[in-house]
Ligand binder design. Structure first.
Ligand code: AMP
Ligand code: GLY
Length: 424
């Protein structure tokens, strides 16, 4: 089968690496791909917002499955267009992608289906939002309703901070994403991510992960797309996973069926594990980046039948086998990220890391230039390793980081600290 994978991040490199191992694969095409994905796929220049062009490409190159990596094309309806053209696609339709595309949409589903989550209000004026904040007090969480690249959330420690956040959102700090805001109760606990596949009706739980959003050691500084992750998340016991499926994922599947848009793809549930149990922080309608990198390292099964089963509605016939080892990934980013950074520096030492046991470097913002690897993004590399426990996986990953010669880059030095501390 020929497969088209859409995206260019570390998540997509990890998916491409895993898909490329499938005996079912004939040719893998990636649009647009990155410097690392060239080794295992044919990278193509395709305007993915031009759905007609994507459909024509699929017909011409006999594509049997399209895998959509990032959320933007899903929220933009690429899945609807491909399904209408009878091209199997992994990833939810536009309405179902609202689970990520609109925080208010998800919160209303939680309220209707008794899914545990933070208490909330939805507002379309600054004045009504501020009145609610005045009633609730601080700390309180202010969120732009729409997609804001992970930056539309403010944890306000005071009422004044919350008011400032509300004004900035309604003043257009996040464009259209901020025409409505959601205000939430501040939840306390440990965060974890849970991933499950769904074919519209059946669920296949995958695995858990924890990520590090803040740019600096000790989880300090501004939030990023993610500076590292590890899987599994020790806080997610078997019992907790079962509760998440029963109390959060299953009611969501039912809600999407009731709305006549069954959810097909991967659920990425951001959870707060509180004293009273798991609560949903948010849904994403795609794999996490860099969480996907650690999941793919641990997945022993062929991923292609799993993705295909989601598209075709026969997930109940599938199962997934996972390595018991821990996977951990360290993100190398360009100095200055998540603020402004320069592009075009050369990265050396990657050939040394490729020989390290149980290690993989997944590329994100890179391109290949005359055989050299050049940094062209904010998050640039994901140095990933397996180990018998988090301590060992962390040691291996940082050993590989030290082999990489890229003075213009930086990384956190404490990825996995919470799990490592638990192991001590
Ligand atoms: P989100 O983009 O909704 O995942 O939010 C980004 C981050 O903000 C989450 O990973 C949490 O660390 C934090 N956060 C979001 N909502 C809440 C909440 N209601 N209570 C506490 N922390 C939250
Ligand atoms: N690492 C967080 C995300 O992919 O949204």
């Amino acid at each position: 089968m020929n497969i088209l994978l859409i995206g260019s991040g570390g998540r997509e490199h990890a998916l491409a690496w895993k898909i490329a191992q499938s005996p079912l694969l004939k040719t893998l095409y990636c649009a647009p791909g990155n410097g690392g994905m060239q080794d295992m796929s044919t990278c193509v220049d395709l305007n993915v917002s031009d759905h007609e062009a994507v459909i024509n490409f699929c017909t011409e190159f006999d594509i049997g499955l399209v895998v959509v990596g990032p959320e933007a094309p899903l929220v933009d309806g690429i899945s609807d267009a491909l399904s209408e053209a009878n091209i199997p696609v992994f990833g939810p339709r536009k309405i179902a992608a609202q689970l990520e595309g609109s925080k208010g949409f998800t919160k209303d589903i939680c309220a209707k289906y008794n899914i545990p989550t933070a208490a909330y209000g939805r507002f379309d004026t600054a004045e009504s939002a501020k009145t609610y904040v005045a009633q609730q007090g601080a700390p309180i969480v202010v969120k732009a309703d729409g997609l804001a690249a992970g930056k539309g959330v403010v944890i306000a420690q005071t009422v004044v901070e919350a008011e400032t956040a509300i004004d900035s959102m309604f003043d257009g700090a996040f464009g259209d994403a901020g025409v409505e805001v959601v205000i939430e109760e501040f939840m306390q606990g440990e965060e974890a991510s849970f991933f499950a596949l769904c074919d519209g009706h059946n669920i296949l739980p995958l695995a858990t992960a924890q990520d590090h959003k803040a740019v600096g050691d000790g989880d300090t500084g501004p939030n990023t797309g993610g500076m590292g992750a590890y899987s599994p998340a020790p806080v997610m016991t078997q019992e907790m996973e079962e509760r998440v499926v029963r109390e959060i994922i299953e009611p969501t599947v039912k809600a999407m069926q009731d709305l006549d848009c069954p959810y097909q793809g991967v659920f990425f549930a951001g959870l707060m594990i509180t004293d009273s149990g798991p609560k949903l922080i948010e849904y994403n309608c795609r794999f996490g980046d860099p969480e996907c990198q650690v999941l793919m390292m641990r997945l022993s099964s062929d991923i292609v039948p799993l993705l295909m089963a989601c598209a075709e509605g026969n997930l109940s016939e599938q199962s997934a086998i996972w390595s018991h080892e821990v996977a951990l990934t360290v993100v190398l980013a360009a100095k200055g990220y998540p603020g402004s950074y320069s592009k075009g520096s050369f990265i050396g030492g990657l050939d040394k890391v490729s020989k390290a046991p149980k290690s993989m470097v997944f590329h994100a913002g890179t391109k290949r230039e005359n055989g050299d690897t050049v940094a062209v993004g904010g998050r640039v590399l994901n140095v990933t390793a397996l180990g018998a426990n988090t301590t060992e996986a962390q040691m291996r990953a940082y050993e590989s980081v030290s082999e990489i010669d890229w003075p213009e880059g930086f990384c956190r030095s404490d990825i996995g600290w919470r799990a490592v501390a638990r192991e001590k």
